[in-house]
Write a protein that binds this ligand. Structure first.
Ligand SMILES: Cc1ncc(C[n+]2csc(CCOP(=O)(O)OP(=O)(O)O)c2C)c(N)n1
Length: 548
């Protein structure tokens, strides 16, 4: 034990938590913290907007399951963090957000850049504290990480007043226990679920984000194979089953007809696994409230009149699924319908010969799928392209297709892809963004170039906020307030010092992609896109949409 600066102790606590990166922008009120970070093995990654830093921490946490850390200064630094923190909140990503703050002694009065950041972040954090005294640093840091990482994971926030961080303190980090004990369902609950599923005529599984974030995909695969029960996936549950698996029923959620085509209309028992209501309302598949629901999740389910569950199995998803697979092995059956998958994948396959230019989304997705390996990563931004990716891009493995479907904020793709590449330097990482969302965090191209995170950024260019155009056209028969012009993306990328190409013909995308993926620097490909074919593929799949 020795007296040292509080910011040194704070950084020691971060080190004890296994933190490798802090993504952010320093400020005058974080000088001591940044100086302590500079002397630590933790890498401080300067970003170009705090939102970018928060998104990087979000993806880092999602992939490593250890909280990602971001930093903003007081006032504007903190307000810029908000969107990324909110994403971690609704998309369930472990994150610890740090913000600088004025001295304790100037917080009670009007004061330069002072706003109450703790109050501001309250509704979007699981734990949120102002560090009132240096002595409590070990407890506060331990709690922030523990709460962020506990199911369901999410963001926590620590506010760091300047004078507290500059104080002298004599304390040590608390020991970090990373093995979280998860409760297990009782024998009675398991037996009740087994009885219900065994007696079901048409059971079906709906798998969501929770399977991905707990690493339970192998157990879900075993469950599907042992029981023969088909699995439909939400956008955030993509890849939990290999799309080629005969038990894979496809990605549901664009419209209510998706659920019908996957077999939900006929299902008497729906087994939800890590299904998060924040993605799509259960009303879309249980409008009549006649399904019997077995809910397998890490925490007790949300209350919703369309999600009144018959049995809850709460605990470790992996463990629960393996136990259920063992109990239900003798009751093998087939369930669900392959119709949704057949139509969607049939369209994708047919698109290989589509030589329309500007490109239509299926051909553009077909090219990306060809260029990427099974474990490579595709990160979607938010817009009409996201709906195409969710529905049509086939995933082989978990954690390979990232679709933000809780907060669903435009501009997420580039910064989160940078973090994905930091975590998985051995894998190819590609983003697909609209020309609207891409410009929302375009400044992080500089971060990518500086960090040499070789992310390939594909921009689907149509000079419109496409998904809003789609919705307005459907509702009003016209669109408005949705058109814009773009910079020359190739010259823009060039100004950031990175290679870039514009597709001039339908075969260019595949060619540029393969070349870009062979480089070890970030790059950009602009592809003119034609959204005139409807993402709902309406004549076959129905038109009534539920999500944008
Ligand atoms: C930060 C943010 N602002 C607004 C929205 C609402 N919104 C959803 S999609 C969309 C348009 C996206 O346009 P673009 O990025 O060009 O992609 P496209 O739809 O053309 O594929 C908008 C405005 C949002 N989700 N996030």
């Amino acid at each position: 034990m020795s007296e040292r600066k509080a910011s040194d102790l704070f950084v020691e606590c971060l080190e004890a938590e296994g933190v490798r990166y802090v993504f952010g922008i320093p400020g005058e009120e974080t000088l001591d913290l940044n100086e302590s970070l500079d002397r630590s093995p933790i890498e401080f990654v300067p970003v170009r907007h705090e939102q970018g830093g928060a998104y990087m921490a979000d993806m880092y946490g999602r992939l490593t399951r250890s909280a990602g850390v971001c930093l903003g200064t007081l006032g504007p630094g903190a307000t810029n963090l908000v969107t990324g923190v909110a994403d971690a909140f609704l998309d369930r990503s472990p994150m610890v957000a740090l913000t600088g703050q004025a001295d304790l002694e100037r917080m009670h009065k009007e004061s330069h850049q002072y706003i109450d950041v703790v109050d501001m972040l309250r509704p979007i954090t699981k734990f949120n504290a102002r560090l009132n005294s240096a002595r409590v640093i070990p407890e506060v840091v331990r709690k922030a990480f523990k709460v962020a990482q506990a199911q369901k994971p999410g963001p926590t926030h620590i506010e760091l007043p300047e004078d507290v961080m500059a104080a002298q303190v004599d304390a040590e980090p608390l020991p970090v226990k990373t093995m979280l004990r998860r409760p297990e369902p009782s024998g009675d609950e398991l037996a009740a679920a087994v009885r219900l599923i065994r007696a079901a005529e048409h059971p079906i599984v709906l798998a969501g984000n929770g399977v991905a974030r707990t690493g339970a995909a192998p157990a879900l695969r075993e469950f599907a194979h042992a029981t023969g029960i088909g699995v439909a996936e939400t956008f955030m549950g993509k890849g939990m089953l290999d799309y080629e698996d005969p038990h894979a029923l496809g990605t549901v959620g664009l419209q209510s007809r998706d659920y019908a085509l996957a077999g939900f209309d006929d299902a008497d028992v729906v087994i939800t696994v890590g299904y998060d209501l924040v993605e799509h309302s259960p009303e879309n598949w249980n409008a009549k409230r006649d399904k019997r629901i077995v809910c397998i999740d890490t925490v007790a389910p949300e209350v919703d009149e369309h999600f009144v569950t018959a049995v809850d199995l709460i605990g470790d998803l992996y463990h629960i699924l393996v136990r259920l697979a063992g109990e239900l092995r003798d009751t093998a059956r087939t369930a669900g319908h392959s119709r949704l998958n057949e139509i969607v994948l049939g369209r994708l396959e047919a698109a290989r010969d589509d030589d329309a230019f500007p490109m239509q989304p299926p051909r553009a997705l077909w090219e990306v799928r060809q260029a990427l390996g099974r474990r490579d990563i595709l990160v979607s931004d938010v817009g009409l392209h996201k709906l195409w990716i969710a529905r049509m891009f086939p995933a082989h493995e978990p954690d390979t297709v990232f679709i933000a479907n809780g907060l669903a904020g435009m501009g997420i793709a580039l910064p989160t892809a940078i973090a994905a590449k930091l975590v998985h330097p051995d894998r190819n990482v590609v983003t697909i963004s609209g020309d609207g969302g891409f410009l929302m965090n375009v400044q992080e191209l500089e971060t990518a170039v500086r960090m040499r995170t070789a992310v390939v950024n594909v921009i689907w260019e149509n000079r419109q906020y496409g998904s809003i155009v789609w919705k307005q056209d459907k509702k009003f028969g016209r669109h408005f307030g949705t058109d814009f012009s773009n910079p020359d993306f190739v010259r823009l990328a060039d100004a950031f010092g990175m290679p870039a190409w514009r597709c001039e013909g339908v075969d260019d995308l595949g060619r540029h992609l393969r070349h870009a993926l062979s480089l070890d620097v970030p790059s950009l490909i602009a592809v003119p896109i034609d959204y005139s074919i409807d993402v709902s593929i309406s004549e076959e799949l129905g038109t009534e949409t539920v999500a944008a």
